[in-house]
Design a protein around this ligand. Structure first.
Ligand code: PEP
Ligand code: CO
Length: 458
């Protein structure tokens, strides 16, 4: 294998796209029909890559700037994408992410790296492998890549043909995203006008009138200086990257290709892949698989993580210490983040590992409402982000970004925030396939609140 400049896996021994098969692989579906599984993975191997190695390398260099404190990461999208997402729903998700990005760019004063949980986020680890209703026990819903959400034996049976559908859904989603981000839809002045609408139509939004007006003024100033769409593609186009949890390793392995330019292996199912909180065991299959591909990687870090464990993950996943290779996405819970995060930040800082730190304020703050709905409170989400900023300030490290679950659709899944959704409101439009997501207005509200925190800390 030839060796490029960024060679986080150069010299690693005993790795191949299938070496994970010798390790314990948690949260893998039980595929009843092995012949069908083999047929599906063989077919995937013959299909074109969804993303290109060069794009993953660009993202890695942007994330390198996040690790160095020179850029901010916004990673956002669905908890579990649906095979039935409409074009409008995909567009609206992108739109919300862009609206958040402009606010965060303005307030952070650094470039925003935009990464969607999109075009591949089709598989879920579940706390229980089965779900029981009355006397019936069936396989849990594991994401559309594996089975269907309806509660019948046929729908819950893991079906390997879904791996191929996942590929094709990811391809069509990505195609739409590329069209929207390159074709003028993402024009900065248009995004700013969407935010003006939010400010004008929501009581919560009025609080941000001043910031929205400041952003408009900055754009008018740039135009007056001759910075226009025509001479500055950055105003008109957006660099947008894809990511998902690399959970179902049969799928990820089948989309792993050797890059003809650098000679390294890339998992071409997305630009960035992350390892979930439940599958980050050092000797487990997921760490083994991902240490060998050269994509930028994320790893979730929950409240049980010990500093030595995190340092060992840094060594295994980023032995060459390449900035941007590894993003640690912490999800401690609002009440724990300020005690549990600083020891990890100090240990990593003192080891000299270049890590980009991002805050997932969703997964440590889920609770069950009285009506039995799994939900999250907007205020807890905000509180975890605030604690994340405080922890970084205390340790002199860079709070590099946020990682959120959202949709552009007008769902009622999380309580509080713009429009102050109540527990009773949850029944109106609780549509998620898995965890509760912020809706479009809550997401923009969140971005403005985080902007206030960023502005206060500068
Ligand atoms: C997720 O991001 O949807 C998820 C399952 O998170 P975690 O691995 O942090 O629990
Ligand atoms: Co989730």
């Amino acid at each position: 294998m030839s060796v490029g400049i960024h060679t986080p896996v150069a010299g690693i021994d005993n790795w191949s796209p299938s070496s994970w098969r010798d390790r314990p692989a948690l949260h893998q579906p039980y595929w009843p029909d092995k012949a069908e599984l083999e047929q599906a993975t063989k077919a995937l191997e013959d299909l074109p890559p969804l993303v290109f190695a060069g794009e993953s390398r660009s993202l890695m260099s942007h994330l390198g700037r996040v690790a160095n404190g020179e850029a901010f990461l916004l990673q956002a999208g669905d908890c579990a994408e649906s095979f039935d997402s409409s074009a409008d729903s995909i567009r609206d998700k992108l739109r919300v992410i862009l609206q958040m990005a402009i606010v965060l760019t303005y307030s952070s004063g650094v470039p925003l790296v935009k990464v969607g949980r999109i075009a591949g986020q089709f598989a879920k680890p579940r706390s229980s492998p089965t779900e029981t209703k009355g006397a019936v026990e069936l396989t849990s819903f594991l994401g559309h890549m594996v089975n269907d959400i309806g509660f019948s034996e046929a729908e819950r049976l893991p079906d390997p043909r879904r791996l191929l559908t996942a590929y094709h859904r990811a391809a069509s989603t990505l195609n739409l995203l590329r069209a929207f981000t390159r074709g003028g839809y993402a024009d900065l002045s248009r995004v700013a006008s969407w935010n003006r609408q939010f400010v004008a139509t929501s009581p919560a939004g009025r609080r941000y009138a001043r910031m929205a007006e400041d952003i408009d003024r900055a754009l008018r100033f740039m135009t007056a200086c001759g910075v226009t769409n025509i001479n500055t593609p950055q105003l008109h186009e957006v660099e947008f990257y894809t990511s998902h949890e690399a959970l179902v390793l049969d799928y990820e392995e089948a989309l792993t290709r050797e890059d003809s330019t650098s000679g390294g292996w890339y998992d071409c199912s997305a630009h960035m892949l992350w390892i979930g909180e439940r599958t980050r065991q050092l000797d487990g299959a997921h760490v083994e698989f991902l240490r060998g591909v050269r994509n930028p990687l994320g790893c979730k870090v929950g409240p049980t993580a010990a500093a030595e464990e995190i340092l060992a993950l840094c060594e295994t996943l980023n032995p060459q210490r390449v900035p941007g290779r590894l993003t640690l996405i912490t999800r401690m819970g609002a009440d724990k983040v300020e005690t549990l995060l600083p020891p990890l930040l100090r240990a990593v800082r003192d080891s000299g590992h270049p890590v980009a730190w991002a805050c997932d304020p969703m997964h440590g703050n889920t609770y069950t409402s009285e009506s039995g709905r799994k939900t999250r409170h907007f205020d807890h989400v905000l509180a975890e982000i605030s604690g994340f900023f405080a922890a970084h300030a205390a340790c002199g490290t860079w709070p590099g970004g946020v990682h959120v679950e959202l949709t552009g659709d007008a769902v009622t899944e999380c309580v509080g925030g713009a429009d102050d959704i109540s527990h009773e409101d949850l029944e109106q439009a609780f549509e998620t396939l898995c965890d509760p997501r912020l809706n479009g207005r809550q997401s923009v509200d969140l971005a403005f609140r985080v902007a206030e925190m960023l502005s206060d800390s500068r």
